[in-house]
Write a protein that binds this ligand. Structure first.
Ligand code: AHR
Length: 504
């Protein structure tokens, strides 16, 4: 099947904000305990952080990691995680029906961020708690020595303020499952007062208000409008979440789901603009898509714990989705959507990072390995930086349940003018046919192919595991040709491809 794509160096969408390659770690299942933290593990450092996980995370060059939740944060006392570890309380986590001994708190997390070379994006509890705790937490993390909270932080081993600049004002406050769930008006007022208070401490903080938990919520998109009516002048981002599932075992419908994601982003972009106009504001609010991933493989096995039939286990196996090759294609399409929506999506966090719906898995006392979806995330994070190109794409399509005429080719591209590189990320959604795009490039100079990576597999259900860690991996692609300013390449059926071009 043929397709044509045209790229011009002047035809751009926006600079891709590096922060769209951010991630998320929650006190949930084994994300923290036996995920990033496992004292006694053969690779653990003096703080008990697993060195093998640090290596895999470092390779991803993640700009920010959101922490400590998620649903967990809505009943979390941040004070439980400070001071001598032996004095920290064991608390029941109401979101996931587990117990948490708080061995990891804000100090341990900040140290881990330094080790892996990332920055923290911290979430505040606006479920069971409110403005005063929010203000205390921010002052503890960022306040000067010589003040009550700054001095306490110093006593706990860190005199220097942590200088965390991004703060989430609660989590999924539209969700009835959330501890302290609120109506849009209740939440909007609280979020605005909290934002005003935090800004009185530091006007440069970047504040993220909760949008909808997904676009199927009954309150969407009115939730966004009402919350922004309350908060527009005091926040910088509105947070969206979306998880993807193939429960019906229908690959073609599954692979079209990023069209629903695209609509969700466009609708919220429109809502932001509506509120901006209503307020005659000159200020911009953008989207922080701070939870996204495939999540459904583990649903059945998690039921007993989540329904409270297993007591209050500490760090049980929860949300441990084992990703397959089909999910590689899905994650490739999602990341392409974020690149194409880079004008409004400025932050995005893969949810999550280790063990819990994650690209990295660990075995307690044993190995850490890359799940299948690690690779498209890796390629986008490392090479998908620069300016997003507005590609003209002509390609036959198919009708799916969420959209008509979904093109078989899902493609995005970035241009790094300084390095002289153009990078294409392409998914061939066709189940049986090669897709042969002719990609005409204008205004980039004389380019040559410098890298061509392909992911393809005869079995869409193929997975990586502790005992078979390299069943699904990328390999060098063959046959990409640059001739007379046109790139041609054959994309295998149901495949993911990254091609990098550089000036000769
Ligand atoms: O990432 C898992 C959960 O999904 C998060 O805790 C919550 O915010 C969302 O519902």
């Amino acid at each position: 099947m043929k397709a044509t794509v045209t790229a011009h160096s002047d035809f751009t969408i926006s600079q891709v904000d590096d922060r769209v390659y951010s991630a998320f770690l929650e006190h949930l299942g084994r994300a923290i305990y036996t995920g990033i933290y496992e004292p006694g593990h053969p690779t653990a450092d003096k703080d008990g952080m697993r060195g093998d996980v640090v290596e895999l995370v470092r390779d991803l060059n993640i700009p920010y990691v959101r922490y400590p939740g998620g649903n967990f944060v809505s009943a979390y006392n941040w004070e439980d995680g400070i001071g001598p570890q032996e004095n920290r309380p064991v608390r029941l986590d109401l979101a996931w029906h587990t117990a948490d001994g708080n061995a990891v708190g804000v100090h341990e997390f900040m140290a881990w961020c330094d080790t892996v070379g990332t920055k923290a994006m911290l979430a505040i509890n606006l479920g069971s708690r409110g403005l005063d705790e929010a203000r205390n937490f921010v002052e503890y993390v960022n306040g000067p020595v010589g003040s009550y909270w700054g001095d306490l932080r110093k006593k706990n081993g860190h005199a220097e303020p942590f200088n965390v600049d991004m703060w989430c004002l609660g989590n999924e406050m539209d969700g009835p499952w959330q501890v302290g769930h609120k109506t849009a008006d209740e939440y909007g007022r609280l979020a605005n007062e909290t934002a005003k208070t935090l800004r009185a401490f530091d006007k440069n903080l970047q504040l993220i208000v909760c949008g909808s938990s997904n676009s199927d919520m009954k309150t969407y998109p009115e939730w966004e409008r009402i919350v922004l009516e309350h908060t527009y002048e005091s926040v910088d981002y509105i947070s969206l979440h979306m998880y993807f599932a193939n429960r019906a075992k229908h690959t073609q419908n599954y692979l079209a789901l990023n069209h629903k994601l695209d609509r969700y982003i466009s609708t919220v972009e429109g809502t932001i603009n509506l509120v901006k106009a209503n307020k005659r504001s000159t200020r911009d609010v953008a989207i922080s898509f701070d939870e996204w991933n495939v999540w459904y493989h583990s649903n059945a096995q998690d039921r007993a714990i989540l329904e409270g039939n297993s007591g209050w286990p500490h760090a049980p196996r929860l949300l441990e989705d084992i990703y397959n090759f089909e999910d590689v294609l899905q994650v490739g399409c999602i990341l392409n959507t974020f690149i194409r929506k880079s004008n409004v999506v400025k932050i995005a966090c893969i949810a999550q990072l280790v063990n819990v719906i994650a690209p990295i898995m660990t075995e307690p006392g044993g190995a850490a390995w890359r799940q299948t979806i690690y690779y498209p995330y890796y390629f986008a994070s490392i090479f998908g930086r620069g300016v997003a190109l507005n590609l003209a794409v002509k390609c036959p399509g198919y009708d799916a349940d969420v959209a008509d005429n979904v093109p078989y080719l899902d493609i995005a591209a970035t241009h790094d003018a300084e390095a002289g590189t153009v990078t294409f990320f392409a998914v061939n959604r066709h189940p049986t046919e090669d897709l042969i795009p002719e990609i005409a490039l204008h205004g980039f100079g004389d380019l040559q192919v410098i890298d061509h990576q392909v992911m393809t597999h005869a079995n869409l259900s193929a997975v990586n595991s502790l005992t078979a860690q390299a069943t699904v991996t990328p390999s060098k692609g063959q046959g990409a040709k640059m001739e007379n300013g046109t790139l041609s390449v054959a994309l295998k059926p149901h495949s993911y491809t990254m091609i990098r071009l550089a000036r000769r």
